[in-house]
Design a protein around this ligand. Structure first.
Ligand SMILES: Nc1nc2c(ncn2[C@@H]2O[C@H](COP(=O)(O)OP(=O)(O)OP(=O)(O)O)[C@@H](O)[C@H]2O)c(=O)[nH]1
Ligand SMILES: [Mg+2]
Length: 361
């Protein structure tokens, strides 16, 4: 299969979607609906979160908001419509609410959970008017993500090597995300090394080399067709001798049901376990948010065959409906650690449930 071709087509599609979104926004600036956060709220939130320059952070949040425009527009207008059209809070209203949540990719089980909790809260708080439901719903959604998101930091220990293995199916954004992660960690003052363990084709090694150059970090690579475990073995040795803080390993795109590729992954895992004894381990699964419920199946399938310590959800600047984060995190219970909001080196952010739900509404 010509993977380069697949990438190019995907890139084109995404670009077009991006352009479409831009056009839509120009035609329909700042759609007003209930509870869309004000600029001040966004600003305050960002200030709490980090001490980095506010301008850049705002622009990343805006990018996520813009990416989720499609979801937000149909989601919030359907919700507003539902809550203003109905005066009475009854089963029909809850049924319709379930449909709206499911259409935002929230998934059946998470939707049922959210709506059940909402029913309870509405009763407990003696809310009688439908138009008071909206903020309670948002509160519950944030809480649900938060509860399952307590442990979404990558834990670094001073003086200890952290090895991050990045896996996922073809074209989800593994290599791009590694470039962004390298840049992020480097900006945090860590020393970073990359291992080009996608030896499937030369272009994959060159692509990672480009990212290494952009992020200004070292890369360990072998030739096309080499054993990925051998690349990782060398990289661990080199990282150890140079006191590197983080080693991030790229891997070839693979499906959980391709036996030989899964055996290769086993071997990679064993190589890290054996030769990076005492290191911090992370196995991050990259998922493309535009694939909706398919991303949930990918997580379940990968989780059955290998350990996954966290997720990175990419392409949230495209046509993705962000709701997929609920089944991933709440049902399968794997924390989303980072989200990708573009193709640039700065377009990765730590996942934060509050700003995510704010961007969705
Ligand atoms: N819009 C957008 N595009 C992204 C994002 N992350 C990755 N991409 C694009 O997705 C395409 C595939 O990215 P890669 O990083 O090559 O994906 P991969 O998983 O390494 O692919 P394989 O190595 O072929 O399995 C590229 O065109 C990237 O620019 C993102 O967050 N947003
Ligand atoms: Mg790749």
């Amino acid at each position: 299969m010509d993977l380069t071709k697949t990438e190019n087509t995907e890139k084109k599609t995404l670009k077009t979607e991006d352009e479409k979104l831009k056009e839509q926004q120009e035609e329909n600036p700042e759609k007003k609906s209930l509870n869309i956060p004000t600029e001040e709220e966004i600003h305050d939130f960002k200030l709490e979160e980090t001490e980095e320059p506010v301008k850049e952070k705002e622009s990343i949040f805006d990018r996520l908001k813009k990416g989720l425009t499609k979801t937000r527009d149909s989601f919030t207008s359907s919700l507003t419509n539902l809550f203003t059209r109905n005066v009475k809070i009854d089963d029909d209203l809850y049924d319709e609410l379930e449909e709206i949540l499911i259409s935002a990719d929230i998934g059946m089980n998470s939707t049922i959970e959210i709506v059940d909790e909402l029913r309870g809260e509405i009763k407990k708080r003696s809310i009688k008017e439908a138009d008071k439901i909206y903020p309670v719903l948002k509160e519950i959604m944030i809480k649900n993500l938060d509860e399952n998101n307590l442990n979404n930091e990558i834990k670094f220990k001073k003086g200890k090597l952290t090895v991050i293995l990045v896996i996922g199916v073809n074209g989800v954004g593994k290599t791009t995300t590694i470039g962004k992660l390298a840049n992020n960690f480097k900006n945090e003052g860590k020393t970073v090394m990359l291992a080009a363990a996608d030896t499937f084709r030369a272009a994959a090694i060159d692509q990672l080399q480009e990212w290494a150059k952009k992020a200004d970090v070292e890369l360990i690579s072998h030739k096309e067709g080499a054993d990925p475990s051998a690349v990782i073995f060398d990289a661990i040795k080199s990282a150890r001798s140079k006191d590197v803080d983080v080693l991030i390993c790229d891997t070839a795109g693979r499906l959980h049901n391709k036996k030989n590729l899964m055996q290769e992954l086993d071997k990679i895992n064993r190589t890290i376990d054996t030769h990076a004894v005492n290191s911090n381990r992370e196995n991050l699964l990259v998922l493309d948010a535009t694939t909706g419920q398919n991303a949930v199946s990918q997580l379940r399938e990968f989780k059955n065959v290998t350990e996954i310590t966290g997720l990175i959800l990419t392409k949230l600047d495209g046509t993705a409906k962000g709701g997929v984060i609920f089944p991933l995190q709440v049902e399968v219970e794997v924390p989303v650690k980072y989200i990708g909001v573009g193709e640039g080196i700065d377009h990765l952010q730590k996942f934060d449930s509050k700003s995510f739900v704010e961007a969705m509404f």
